[in-house]
Design a protein around this ligand. Structure first.
Ligand SMILES: [Zn+2]
Length: 918
């Protein structure tokens, strides 16, 4: 179901498209020559030598499925490039028709590789056993270290630091899951945490998967999740064997959420009373009535003092209906039967494990109008005045329980295209279950609606959360960026629309079997839409679909733009300077017709991965006109290079050592032309340099050490010296231009936290302006940030200390003689608090973020950049690119480079002037 979530998701992982390279398939793989077959016989992997999919095999395989699969991979090392010694079996599926899938997870020198799974499909028995197809994601270019060099406490602090709200951060916890390798280029060793906090906006729980680079100590990847909280017990009671608890099957009656009497399967306790446990299937289905307890109370499991929904006799009380307990129990049984009878699956885990629902939870004291799978069980809100309990909508129950099936099979990661497929498959089966159980026609207008029956009032169309017949396509509608974990709900109907079209054009049963086999036998955690298409086609062929039927499946994906290379067909009004910068949080720099940006790949222009390159990150530079080929700026020393600044001639940046021997924190500088050497600017044990800026012969930076931060300045190539700063004063946002240095200075004045844009004249050797008195007398205090020197003045943002407010842009003379308002905080399209200013001598550019629209996120609501003249005026859209825009850096005049997620990945792009109105 819809979740409110904003997060930083580096989409470099899992958001890349499969590229079907023109590799000649080995002769053994060649299919029939004549008949056009929509199922590709070989799909090459991206950033790896291991193919993503090989179909049409019939090669003998001896031994247990796992042994046979390993032997097959080893015998064809030239085809797969997979080292069986790096594979750990994580699950296997077998079907009634004798097909077996062995699912392996990749290890890198023993460390799990996040989302990397490789699958081998077998058929036949004994001497007749054959390998039919092989595929998944196995990364052959990993050279990442396997030992963390950042201390454990610092890794945990970095994970907790990803919680933005200071109060929420102070109370947050980080559950440590150990080391993983992120399969990004050469790989990135990371410590994986689940960070639990309270959402300051809603008071509800917030859980986020956070991966902290274990050799650098910065967050490499983060996305929201519903992982259960580790504290507060386990779900052991829910999973306890019913027989051991002395339960006997019985039947009873209970009112449902709409007040109708329903027959329910219940369990009789040894004391003669009854509870809502359905024992009629191999998987016991138990339902708990939270009785209005907060959803957070169930994060770690069922509280020890809460029994299942209970009744002294077999006739359950009215509260069993109003809470949603009856519907949760009945609907869980319908979902179980659908998966069992139609698809041969024994429960969510496939092994008849207990199925647990919790209904009637609240959130922050209010009725909760949502539902989710928390990794172990279903949690349903009681709805409220406008909604029935969410368990009363069969498609919602089917959706949440399908998340349980997915987490036990393909385990699609909850971000980007994989996250969208996770939601799409949950939507597909949620609706397929409802349509099947209710005997609805696929042509019924309500068939494609999800969640349409949960509303007490209004039409189904108005009530539905999503509709699978919204005709959305990748090229027209794909929503890139970081909102909604990279669009996991927003982009879901692009994929589910294709699946639903298959269900409408093939017969429903065949479609359900195709989607189910794609999920259980082909999809892996980081797959994208095109891999999903290939998975469905491969599943269809396994199931004996005719060529015409397979073409119908392919046409359904075509109809939603899901085909190889779709990302390159999205229209943009900007020039692309570098593709697939995985780290969408790393700001670029620009000046004098040149850009500098960080990328993990040796060749950001082609968008290829790191291959055998062992570097963590590198800085590249190129022309903001897009002419010429970007060149690598940072040395090839295995360190992490980031945080660049440039004056158009030279760049400064920070390098971080990434090995046990090298903990260096060094500032470096080099000419953009590549004509001179890389020089060290600052390196001192225990001292952390940062915020480096450069202008002509002057370089300024901060140094943090011994609990304080100082400003250092190197004038005209002389050694850097520290500037005097009052005790307890903290500098931030350094900016340097034409003989002036400026920063935002903050300090504590009694109870008040003061922030003051401050100007320092290098020639005069003193502070010449400090603007602390801009707030009108009696007005609420404001916070200054993002100081920038431009056009002979100092610019900054002034944000009222009010939730939801926008910031004003102000400018001050460098001699302290006065302040102008460039843009009022209440002007249309004023900057969002937290934005950064990008200023040239002509224009200032900034970001505006929207609050979530009532109808859910759309491309138009993603962050956009706006520009206005330096002296003031009406802000104009910098670019009409439909996706997310972030991290602007001003070049000359009105030219700005920024990070753009419109193409479904993060690219560095440029425009020479504002687009105006879009
Ligand atoms: Zn969902």
């Amino acid at each position: 179901m819809p979740r409110r979530s904003r997060t930083s998701t580096a989409l470099g992982i899992g958001a890349t498209a499969v590229v079907a390279l023109a590799l000649a398939a080995p002769p053994a793989l060649a299919g029939p020559a004549a008949a056009p077959d929509p199922v590709p016989s070989l799909v090459a992997g991206q950033d790896t030598a291991a193919p993503q999919l090989v179909t049409g095999l019939a090669e003998p395989a001896v031994g247990s499925p796992a042994d046979a699969a390993r032997a097959h991979l080893a015998a064809h090392a030239d085809r797969y490039h997979v080292d069986p010694g790096e594979l750990a079996e994580v699950g296997s599926e077998s079907t009634a028709d004798g097909r077996r899938t062995v699912r392996f997870e990749q290890r890198h020198d023993g460390v799990p590789v996040f989302g990397a799974q490789y699958l081998v499909h077998l058929t036949g028995e004994g001497a007749g056993q054959r390998v039919e197809s092989v595929g998944g994601r196995y990364f052959t270019g990993l050279t990442a270290p396997t030992t963390a060099t950042v201390p454990a406490a610092a890794l945990r602090d970095a994970a907790l630091g990803s919680v933005q709200d200071p109060k929420a951060r102070a109370a947050a916890t980080a559950e440590d899951h150990g080391l993983v390798v992120l399969p990004d280029g050469a790989g990135r060793l990371a410590q994986r945490f689940t960070v639990h906090a309270t959402d300051p906006a809603t008071g509800g729980p917030q859980a986020r998967e956070v991966f902290v680079d274990a050799t650098v100590g910065v967050v490499a990847l983060a996305y929201d999740t519903r992982a259960p909280h580790p504290a507060g017990g386990t779900d052991q009671r829910a999973a306890a064997a019913p027989a051991a608890a002395g339960l006997e099957p019985a039947t009873g009656t209970a009112p449902d959420a709409r007040g109708n009497s329903a027959k329910v399967n219940i369990a009789r306790l040894p004391d003669g009373s009854y509870q809502l446990t359905d024992l009629t299937r191999p998987a016991a289905i138990t339902t708990y009535d939270a009785g209005g307890r907060d959803e957070m109370d169930f994060g770690g499991g069922i509280p020890a003092d809460l029994p299942p929904a209970h009744s002294p006799g077999p006739g359950f009380p009215a509260s069993t209906g109003t809470s949603g307990a009856t519907d949760a129990s009945v609907n869980a049984g319908i979902v179980y039967d659908f998966y069992h009878d139609r698809l041969g699956r024994n429960g969510l885990d496939g092994k008849g494990g207990a199925i647990t629902s919790v209904v009637n939870v609240t959130q922050d004291g209010a009725p909760y109008a949502n539902a989710y799978w928390d990794g172990k069980k279903m949690i349903y809100g009681s709805g409220g005045p406008n909604y029935y309990p969410f368990s009363a909508a069969l498609d919602i129950a089917g959706h949440e329980m399908t998340h349980g099936v997915i987490s036990n099979t393909a385990d699609l990661a909850g971000m980007g295209q994989a996250g969208a497929m996770n939601e799409a498959i949950a939507d597909y089966f949620g609706n397929a279950i409802e349509v099947t159980a209710r005997g609805m026609s696929m042509n019924d207008p309500a068939a494609a609606l999800l969640g349409e029956s949960k509303c007490r009032t209004g039409t189904p169309q108005a009530c539905a959360d999503r509709r699978m017949d919204d005709h959305r396509t990748t090229v027209n509608d794909y929503l890139g960026g970081t909102i909604d974990n990279g669009g996991q709900h927003l982009n879901a109907t692009i994929f589910s629309g294709a699946l639903w079209d298959i269900r409408r054009t093939l017969d429903p049963l065949t479609a359900d079997r195709v989607v189910y086999r794609a999920l259980t036998a082909y999809l892996t955690p980081l797959d994208d839409f095109v891999a999903g298409r290939n998975a469905a086609l491969a599943a269809g062929r396994d199931l004996g679909l005719s060529p015409a039927q397979l073409r119908t499946v392919a046409a359904a994906f075509d109809g939603h733009g899901i085909r190889t290379g779709w990302e390159s067909r999205i229209g943009m009004d900007s020039r692309t300077l570098a593709r697939s910068l995985s780290y969408s949080m790393a700001p670029p720099a620009a000046a004098g017709g040149h850009w500098v940006a960080m990328a993990p790949a040796p060749d950001p222009v082609k968008g290829t991965g790191g291959g055998n390159d062992s570097k963590t990150t590198a800085l590249y530079t190129g022309s903001t006109t897009g002419r010429g080929t970007p060149v690598r700026l940072s040395p090839d020393d295995g360190r992490y290079h980031s945080w660049p600044a440039t004056d158009g001639t030279n760049a400064v940046w920070k390098a971080i050592g990434t090995t046990a021997q090298d903990h260096s924190r060094e500032l470096l500088t080099a000419p953009l032309s590549g004509a001179g050497p890389v020089r060290s600017l600052f390196l001192a044990p225990g001292q952390e340099p940062g915020s480096a800026q450069i202008s002509g012969g002057d370089i300024a930076f901060t140094v943090n050490g011994s609990g304080r931060t100082g400003i250092w300045l190197s004038h005209d190539g002389a050694p850097a010296v520290e500037l005097p700063l009052a005790d307890g004063h903290h500098p931030d946002d350094l900016t340097l231009k034409d003989g002036y240095l400026a920063w935002t200075e903050s300090w504590q004045d009694g109870q008040q936290h003061v922030t003051a844009p401050t100007v320092y004249s290098i020639a005069a050797g003193k502070v010449t302006a400090q603007y602390t008195a801009h707030a009108a007398p009696g007005a609420a205090a404001s916070t200054a940030s993002s100081a920038r020197l431009a056009g002979g003045r100092l610019l900054w943002m002034d944000a009222p200390n009010r939730i939801g407010a926008h910031a004003a842009i102000r400018s001050g003379a460098l001699d302290g003689s006065g302040v102008n308002e460039v843009l009022a905080a209440d002007a249309p399209n004023a900057p969002t608090i937290g934005s950064n200013l990008a200023a040239s001598d002509q224009a200032v550019t900034y970001k505006v973020e929207s609050t979530k629209p009532a109808g859910g996120w759309t491309n138009s609501a993603l962050p956009k950049l706006w520009q206005l003249p330096l002296g003031g005026g009406t802000p104009q859209r910098l670019s009409c690119n439909r996706g997310g825009q972030d991290q602007p850096a001003a070049d000359q005049g009105t030219r700005v480079v920024w990070l753009d997620s419109t193409p479904g990945r993060t690219d560095l792009v440029v425009r020479d002037r504002a687009a105006g109105t879009c």
